[in-house]
Design a protein around this ligand. Structure first.
Ligand code: GLN
Length: 592
């Protein structure tokens, strides 16, 4: 279908039209369907978790799904956002820096996403202004409606074509009523009109209050929130009610009546012990069938695929919370807002704990408070140590003390990006006898920058002075620990986000003193994985990459699997293994 046909459908011709509806080549009207998830009442309800769980239910049935997160901010991507305010920057394989919710989608759908799955107001407006300068609007005055909204619709349809999606899941950032997401909501309203009945489903995610003083659930805020959607011309087809406890019948009835949504489509999405239980609880609430009916998709379902997918998923879910053992892994990160700033690390460790049948507690260490005098004491209850990625010099000396302790006391160690660089510095200083070894990030005028910015290295990959971003191939040296944990693979792929790297001039010295670089750029002397031989240390590994970004529930990341296994051995051998004293997980509510 082309734009003209589409306009004809709604009774308009292309000349002198008020419509602006460019369609991407290859668009199959009626084939691509959309589910739009909108938050009401408040943000932070877990829209991403909800939307990805719903997408997973349809994916399990053999349908092709493509999620997209639409952010209200004007940054072009998330690269410049402070992770302590906005959560971690999640880098996709194609190198775009996105919001942490993209991580939730990748993990739940076990699908690699691209820049087409993420947009911001900044991207939308930049595209409109660029087109205007190029004379792309044929003399028209460029307006919010139809041009900005037209650009949004274009993005959604382009994603549909590119991903060949049966269903595009649109997560509109923020909450209905925010000025920031008005363009998205208005565009989705228009999309539903243009695509016609049975093509777009709107889901309102709302919140049911249960004030402690009243001891009962109240629906008013939810009703008013949804009223805002109705004011914008959007009738939700389905309402998911977030709440601490299962939402009772009376409250659901009130919401149903007030918002014109039948009871079977007003479902409770109360807190559960793990986000991985949400797909099944939505299935039990019948949401998957309702979506199929609304979008007329029942005949695209592959029952056998669904049985198989559900069998695999239940294997994983059944193990959650059943661990009999408990270990503690230290993570050197600032305590404030850690859950979001280190979301992927937390998730990777959780996946591996579930696979190994162990509950892994994370102990957060603020390294600004660590020094040689207290490192032993601080880490005495830990069975493994992670030094995660980071920027800036805050707490780096404390990190080096932690790494030295891990190396000398043979405590399992995994260094991620900055943690890899710090392991190189620690080794250069304390083993190779280069006391001034440092990174030019922290000591720009230092004498021995064993970690440096090296623009000539970047040029090799065409990066200039910029950050090295996205998925890159790594050649793994046969016979090493890395080769073992990656099952003998000689080439693997991980995601990167760094500016500094190991100075090739120091490699020989480090190797002479026993450090092994087991992962390298396939052709250049760019170091990507380091380790100590197993004869010297049970598990000491660092990587310039961010392996935490590619861990998935059913495909836990091998480096994290090896760290957790080694930490379990350490706990056993040092008589520090804990049986689990108290059962049950804490309830988890927000988007992780
Ligand atoms: N700050 C270091 C660099 O830019 C490490 C980056 C990171 O840990 N993501 O190279």
């Amino acid at each position: 279908m082309n734009t003209e046909d589409l306009l004809a459908r709604v009774g308009h011709s292309q000349e002198e039209t008020e419509f602006y509806t460019p369609l991407p080549a290859g668009y199959r009207h009626g084939h691509h369907k959309y589910v739009v998830v909108v938050g009401t009442v408040m943000s932070g309800l877990g829209k991403g978790i909800f939307s990805s769980s719903m997408a997973k239910l349809l994916q399990d049935k053999g349908l092709r799904v493509a999620p997209i997160k639409m952010e209200g901010y004007y940054n072009i991507d998330s690269g410049t956002l402070n992770p302590y305010r906005h959560g971690e920057v999640f880098v996709l394989d194609d190198g775009i820096e996105t919001d942490m919710d993209l991580g939730t989608y990748e993990r739940l759908l076990d699908q690699d996403l691209t820049r087409a799955n993420f947009t911001t107001n900044g991207q939308i407006h930049a595209a409109v202004l660029k087109k205007e300068r190029e004379g792309g609007y044929l003399g028209r005055d460029v307006q919010f409606n139809p041009h900005v909204t037209g650009e949004v619709k274009m993005r959604l349809r382009e994603l549909a074509v590119k991903s060949k999606a049966d269903v595009v899941f649109v997560e509109v950032g923020g909450t209905v009523g925010d000025y920031e997401n008005t363009a998205y909501l208005e565009a989705c309203r228009q999309l539903a009109f243009e695509e016609g009945e049975g093509s777009v489903v709107f889901v309102a995610l709302t919140y049911v209050l249960e004030p402690g003083a009243l001891g009962e659930q109240k629906s008013k805020a939810a009703q008013l929130g949804i009223k805002r959607m109705l004011e914008m011309g959007i009738q939700p087809h389905m309402i998911a009610c977030r709440a601490n406890n299962p939402v009772n019948e009376k409250v659901r009835q009130k919401i149903s009546m007030y918002c014109n949504v039948p009871m079977r489509r007003v479902v409770s999405m109360h807190d559960v012990s793990s986000i991985y239980l949400i797909p099944e609880s939505l299935r039990e609430a019948g949401i998957d069938r309702e979506v199929l009916t609304l979008l007329n998709l029942h005949d695209r379902v592959d029952q056998r695929a669904e049985d198989q997918a559900r069998r695999k998923w239940s294997w994983f879910v059944d193990r959650i919370g059943k661990a009999r053992k408990e270990i503690t892994i230290a993570v050197t990160g600032k305590y404030v807002a850690l859950r979001d700033a280190y979301a992927s690390i937390i998730k990777a460790v959780e996946h591996c704990g579930i696979h190994h049948g162990v509950d892994v507690k994370l102990k957060w260490i603020d390294t600004t408070l660590i020094g040689a005098h207290n490192v032993e004491n601080e880490l005495s209850d830990c069975h493994g140590i992670i030094v995660p990625g980071g920027f800036g010099s805050r707490g780096v000396e404390g990190k080096i003390d932690c790494i030295r302790h891990a190396r000398e006391k043979k405590i399992p160690y995994l260094g991620l990006c900055l943690g890899f660089q710090m392991a190189v510095i620690e080794y250069a200083r304390n083993v190779c006898n280069i006391p001034e070894a440092n990174s030019s990030e922290f000591a720009p005028a230092g004498k021995h920058s064993v970690i440096d910015i090296l623009p000539e290295q970047k040029k090799i990959e065409g990066l200039g002075g910029n950050m090295r971003l996205g998925g890159k191939d790594i050649a793994v040296t046969p016979g090493t620990l890395a080769a073992k944990i990656f099952n003998g693979a000689t080439q693997i792929r991980l995601r990167f986000r760094h500016r500094y790297e190991v100075d090739p001039q120091i490699i020989g010295t480090l190797e002479k003193h026993g450090m092994v670089f087991s992962g390298r750029h396939p052709r250049q002397p760019i170091m990507q994985i380091l380790e100590l031989p197993e004869s010297v240390h049970p598990f000491f590994m660092g990587t310039q990459a961010h392996p935490e970004l590619s861990s998935r529930p059913l495909r836990p990341q091998p480096m994290f699997m090896a760290l957790v296994a080694a930490s379990m051995d350490y706990a056993r051998d040092h008589g520090k293994e804990h049986g689990k004293s108290h059962g049950g997980h804490h309830k988890q509510t927000a988007a992780v």
